[in-house]
Design a protein around this ligand. Structure first.
Ligand code: NCD
Length: 326
């Protein structure tokens, strides 16, 4: 594992390994001795967090994952403080980061930027790995990894992810998290997807073509009420209003793509509700009290999965302490 750019490149053995590593790190961190052992894993490695698009969770979870492993971090979050305002090219900026650190973790407003950075790295003498922490409305591979980890943990005692019915609801057109998660589904047997979205924000043809190619069954609907009883997981997303050009999100009757008490009543008792967060009105905060609400755990899973990814990239995975009890 070097760059983390394209979720399509992840195969089942690696996904299973990363989930196991995330669990090992999570359990190790419960004890003082385990936390210290984790901190001794990568004390000589440095990370650049280049986040020029807003981020709370992805930034904080990567930052803290680095610190858990003993890494040091530098950051640029506001491009107006970087030499890009002096006209430095994107390529030169990335190359400069690579002069000082051992990994570049980046989020940009533009699609394809992380891929471009990785390509540049492949052409220079001292390349460092690039991790895509969200590229426009395109991809968000590490979110998909933590989503897989959350699904796997939730279904651990129910046969795992294989064979499950997974609903994805909301702005599926511009939501990069669901797009990336769809790309990982080819690794699981018999998964069925249900896309619940307003027609104008339906899942895009590129993702559907990928699902067709891998014979992953999906069904599209605008009716949450009809889909609800069949779901093992409901992955809720917000309207990605930041991509609106003429307020098109406002035309959506969000009440039809939201979850509150009436929807909970129709959801299976052992189903789970996920959301990459931040949430808008699509999940009533009262849902947080329901044992099926998994999004706060999902958020925390992100830190452990990102620690697993970093340990794997630097070949430190075998040194994550094995926890005595599970
Ligand atoms: C998501 C993102 O940035 O794409 N958030 C996250 O990383 N947890 C989802 C979103 O912003 O809707």
């Amino acid at each position: 594992m070097f760059h983390v750019i394209d979720p399509r490149l992840f195969e089942r053995p690696l996904l299973d390994e990363l989930c196991a590593l995330a669990t090992r790190a999570r359990l190790a961190a419960k004890s003082e001795a385990g936390s210290r052992a984790l901190r001794d894993l990568l004390p000589t490695r440095r990370a650049m967090l280049y986040f020029t698009q807003p981020s709370t969770r992805t930034f904080l979870s990567f930052n803290n994952a680095c610190h858990i492993l003993g890494m040091r971090t530098s950051e640029i979050r506001d491009p107006s403080t970087s030499s890009e305002v002096k006209g430095e090219s994107f390529e030169d900026s990335i190359r400069t980061f690579s002069s000082y650190v051992d990994v570049i973790i980046m989020r940009t407003k533009e699609a394809g930027r992380a891929a471009q950075a990785a390509q540049l790295m492949n052409s220079i003498q001292r390349p460092v790995p690039v991790i895509n922490a969200g590229s426009g409305s395109d991809q968000h591979p590490t979110q998909a990894l933590l989503d897989i980890y959350t699904l796997q943990r939730s279904f651990e005692d129910h046969g795992g992810i294989d064979g499950k019915v997974i609903g994805m609801m909301g702005d599926l057109k511009r939501g990069r998290t669901v797009r990336s998660l769809c790309y990982l589904m080819k690794n699981y047997y018999g998964v069925r997807l249900v896309f619940i979205a307003p027609e104008q924000f339906a899942m895009q043809p590129d993702v559907k073509a990928h699902l067709d190619e891998h014979r992953i069954v999906y069904h599209e609907t605008t009716r949450l009420d009809e889909a609800l009883p069949s779901l093992d997981a409901l992955y809720v997303t917000r309207m990605q209003t930041e991509w609106d050009t003429a307020g098109e999100s406002r035309s959506v009757d969000l009440s039809r793509f939201s979850i509150g008490a009436p929807q909970l009543a129709r959801l299976k008792r052992d189903a789970i509700i996920m959301h990459p967060l931040p949430r808008g009105p699509e999940i009533d905060p009262a849902v947080d009290q329901d044992p099926r609400a998994m999004y706060w755990r999902q958020e925390r899973n992100g830190m452990w999965m990102r620690a697993a990814v970093l340990a794997k990239i630097f070949g430190a995975e075998d040194r994550i302490p094995e926890s005595p009890a599970r």
